[in-house]
Ligand binder design. Structure first.
Ligand SMILES: [Ca+2]
Ligand SMILES: [Ca+2]
Length: 182
């Protein structure tokens, strides 16, 4: 009996120790984009980027079509990103540019797959209110294989910054995941 009691105490101490061995790392002047993950430690183990009130994960280690990018975000408890305001747009754009990836394409959760011409954010189901489309977009370009453009990406097409463009959902590129506010 004593043996079991001792075992229980050891297990208990290991559990307590496990929690305290993983302290939060809040933002500091040296690491302005570090995230205080204390309340997320158990759910998100990925390096999150804090910009304003939102937390993102930049998918830049592999390129994926829109669906696989969305799947990757979901697998890690997130969604492809939504952009609700100029501030969110500017913060994200600045970070991607500062990261040296301003020339790349990034998937967001914007799509008109359900209803051509009516874009909404798959991340939260909300219609798009703030917009940042590039000139002439979304143009729903139709390709030779019949595929049209139904998924929204950020792309610096003509040196005007990371504007929005509708692109074929099968296109493989980088992506931005976001943590949904609790
Ligand atoms: Ca379309
Ligand atoms: Ca387009």
């Amino acid at each position: 009996m004593q043996k079991y009691l001792l075992l229980s105490v050891i297990l208990y101490l290991q559990i307590i120790g496990g929690h305290s061995a993983n302290p939060a790392k809040p933002s500091t002047p040296d690491c302005p984009h570090c995230v205080d993950e204390s309340q997320y430690t158990n759910k998100w183990t990925m390096p999150l980027l804090k910009l304003g009130e939102k937390r993102y994960y930049l998918g830049i280690f592999f390129k994926a079509n829109w669906f696989k990018a969305a799947q990757y975000c979901r697998y890690h408890g997130m969604h492809l990103a939504s952009i609700a305001s100029q501030e969110e747009n500017d913060r994200l754009e600045k970070h991607i540019r500062d990261f040296g990836l301003g020339h790349e394409h990034f998937w967001t959760s914007g799509t008109d797959l359900a209803d051509e011409g009516n874009y909404f954010w798959m991340a939260n189901g909300r219609p798009i209110t703030f917009t940042n489309w590039n000139a002439g977009e979304p143009n729903n370009f139709r390709y030779e294989n019949g595929e049209e453009e139904n998924c929204m990406e950020l792309w610096n097409r003509d040196g005007k910054g990371l504007k929005w463009n509708d692109s074929p959902c099968s296109f493989e590129t980088y992506f931005v995941c976001e943590v949904q506010p609790i």
